[in-house]
Design a protein around this ligand. Structure first.
Ligand SMILES: [Zn+2]
Length: 342
């Protein structure tokens, strides 16, 4: 018993004097004193050698020693963790870095709005290639070989014979969808198109269009008008008036251009509507029977309508943008103005 007491006192002094400088030393302490083959365990096993009348006293002594060692371990562990935190550059109390949040491009905002209106009428979205062959961009659309639109003055040619062009409209997607032969078709086709134009505040060599195509049995011009009436009311408001003017496109017959009463001046006449009170927003018509035949659709059984409009001009009007070039200059001072418009 005396011997045990002496042993414990020696260990206590040793433990008392122990100083840990890093986590490795703390772990060494744990293994040496509190591990499964550690000193505390081995001292505890001495109990069996103690005389029965002294067991109670010895048990008390050993428990005290165990608690003393455990308390020391907690103490050195905490002191090391504290110093290591102080040593680290990491300050957990600092606020987080703010990530810059982008905004949608104004062209996308207008496009998404147009798409969602037509989607409510059951139109699905279709897309196609921006580099196109002559057939899908011109030929199938009933444009004769010497049509001025094919002129190199107006179209970017990637190569000639065979001709590959940057598509001049999204109508190539209409052809590709009709060629698939799955009827009826009720699609809208948003996308980027290219024209060989001089870049100015009013026109650019690339811009965006959205076209629509509906082909089924018994589709009439009345369906076309109702579809576009709905679109205009949703897009520009219930009070906007609509007028159709006869027009000519090689791919539709009859063809029309659609104007809406100027939503800036309400029809009084202003700079936007060039004092006329009307703003032209799209071209439309019944799909030409030749176009249907070109895509292996029987024009005696099926009819359809198509329409197409630009996206830049409505965006310029809505947001008061007076230079089309700003859309593609990637100036963050311009783009940041649409942050709240997500
Ligand atoms: Zn006006």
């Amino acid at each position: 018993m005396e011997e045990l007491l002496q042993q414990i006192n020696n260990y206590k002094q040793e433990i008392e004097a122990f100083k840990a400088t890093d986590t490795k030393a703390v772990e060494e302490f744990r293994i040496k004193y509190l591990g499964t083959k550690g000193i505390v365990k081995s001292i505890m096993s001495e109990m069996k050698n103690v005389a029965p009348e002294l067991k109670k006293e010895a048990g008390q002594l050993l428990n005290d020693f165990k608690q003393f060692t455990e308390a020391k371990f907690e103490e050195i562990k905490n002191s090391i963790t504290d110093t290591e935190h102080q040593k680290s550059d990491l300050d957990l109390t600092l606020p987080g870095d703010i990530l810059p949040v982008g905004s949608r491009h104004p062209i996308e905002l207008i496009k998404n709005r147009m798409v969602s209106i037509f989607q409510r009428l059951g139109f699905a979205v279709a897309e196609g290639p921006e580099i196109e062959d002559d057939w899908h961009n011109f030929g199938a659309l009933n444009l004769p070989e010497h049509h001025p639109a094919r002129d190199m003055q107006d179209t970017f040619y990637i190569q000639q014979n065979p001709d590959w062009v940057l598509r001049t409209h999204t109508s190539n997607v209409q052809i590709r969808e009709m060629e698939k032969g799955k009827l009826p078709i009720r699609l809208i086709m948003p996308g980027r198109v290219y024209r060989n134009e001089t870049v100015s505040a009013r026109s650019h060599c690339f811009f965006h269009q959205i076209e629509g195509l509906y082909i089924d049995e018994n589709v009439s011009f009345a369906d076309l008008k109702q579809t576009l009436y709905f679109f205009v009311k949703e897009m520009y408001g219930k009070d906007v008036k609509v007028r159709f003017r006869p027009s000519y496109f090689p791919f539709t017959e009859p063809s029309a251009e659609m104007d809406i009463s100027c939503f800036i001046c309400g029809g009084e006449g202003c700079n936007i509507c060039k004092k006329t009170g009307w703003v032209e927003i799209l071209g439309c018509g019944m799909v030409h029977p030749n176009v249907l035949s070109n895509c292996n659709i029987d024009p005696n059984k099926y009819t359809g309508f198509a329409f197409g409009m630009g996206i830049e001009r409505p965006a310029m009007m809505k947001y008061g943008i007076n230079d089309i070039r700003m859309f593609s200059e990637n100036d963050v001072r311009f783009l940041r103005q649409f942050t709240s418009a997500i």
